[in-house]
Design a protein around this ligand. Structure first.
Ligand code: AMP
Ligand code: MN
Ligand code: MN
Ligand code: MN
Length: 282
């Protein structure tokens, strides 16, 4: 178990727990530092901060959706100032894109026989939540139309399936620029989950680095040791810092807060950048 987890979700996007419940679980699991990184929204941060007061350090974060060469790539911003005007502006544009996409996905599911898919998926999420394919996957599973949430995702929502909608998100360089304007560190999230060949992944990382990116998410909860070692090597090769985050969404899965997040000794942790901001990492 680790005391630092820099990637998690609440029901402000596609997590199952409220921000308060998330913080409670983090405390119970012995975390001292937790970043809340909901998809394209900061709306869970105030409640998470309130719940964390005096118990753990809540790091404001966000997971931004970007597009690189036809691939959906997630760039996390950590240690950000939630009041940054440019960041707020970007979030409202992303939210609009998310709303349109959720409507399109909902219509496709409705044409496949899922009654009121969008409205009912919204009901299952937090109030005003940003809706992702993760929310729809949970809805499909709850309808009994898939063996698991994973199966729902793979059968309906992933690229090439009937309810998949192509979305053009912002460029990686723009995500990095806005994260920097907000005083944060830009992290390429879960680099091994994009199903890219090693050569393609290196091209992505080079583009991310050339765009001013700061760190790779080297350690995730659910990961093969060889992948973690490979990502640590890539940090050194491209001069990037390393982050560690579970990407926790809901209890009962393979990923959990603080689980299996140790960074290899040879990398420089991204929180080195944050020490100067008074986050008090040792
Ligand atoms: P989106 O950003 O709307 O494209 O949705 C991406 C989200 O879908 C991720 O953050 C996960 O929460 C969820 N997701 C991705 N892959 C899977 C999977 N294989 N099974 C279940 N949920 C998934
Ligand atoms: Mn998600
Ligand atoms: Mn992600
Ligand atoms: Mn995530």
């Amino acid at each position: 178990m680790s005391a630092i987890d820099l990637h998690s979700h609440s029901n402000a996007s596609d997590g199952a727990l409220t921000p308060g419940e998330l913080v409670e679980r983090a405390c119970a699991r012995g975390l001292k530092f937790l970043a809340l990184t909901d998809h394209d929204t900061l709306s869970g941060i105030p409640a998470a901060k309130e719940a964390a007061a005096g118990k753990l350090v809540l790091i404001p974060g966000i997971e931004l959706s970007t597009t690189w060469e036809d691939h959906q790539i997630h760039v996390a911003g950590l240690f950000i100032d939630p009041e940054c005007p440019e960041l707020k502006e970007l979030i409202s544009a992303q939210r609009q894109r998310r709303i349109e996409r959720a409507e399109q996905i909902g219509r496709r599911l409705e044409s496949l026989g899922f009654k009121d898919a969008r409205a009912r998926t919204r009901q299952m999420a937090g109030e005003g939540a940003v809706i992702t394919r993760g929310n729809y996957a949970r809805f499909i599973f709850a309808e009994g139309k898939a063996r698991s949430v994973d199966d729902a995702f793979n059968s309906y929502l992933k690229r090439g399936r009937k309810a998949y909608v192509i979305t053009r998100w912002i460029d990686i360089a723009m995500a990095v620029e806005i994260i920097h304007r907000a005083g944060g560190a830009a992290v390429l999230a879960h680099p091994r989950r994009y199903l890219l060949s090693n050569g393609k992944l290196r091209a992505l990382i080079k583009y991310f680095k050339d765009s001013g990116g700061d760190a790779l998410e080297v350690a995730s909860s659910q990961q093969r040791p060889c992948d973690r070692a490979y990502l640590a090597d890539l940090c050194l090769r491209y001069g990037l810092l390393a982050s560690a985050g579970s990407d926790f969404h809901n209890p009962g899965g393979w990923r959990d807060l603080g689980l299996n997040l140790d960074l290899p000794a040879k990398v420089h942790p991204v929180w080195e950048l944050a020490v100067a901001q008074g986050y008090g990492f040792a």
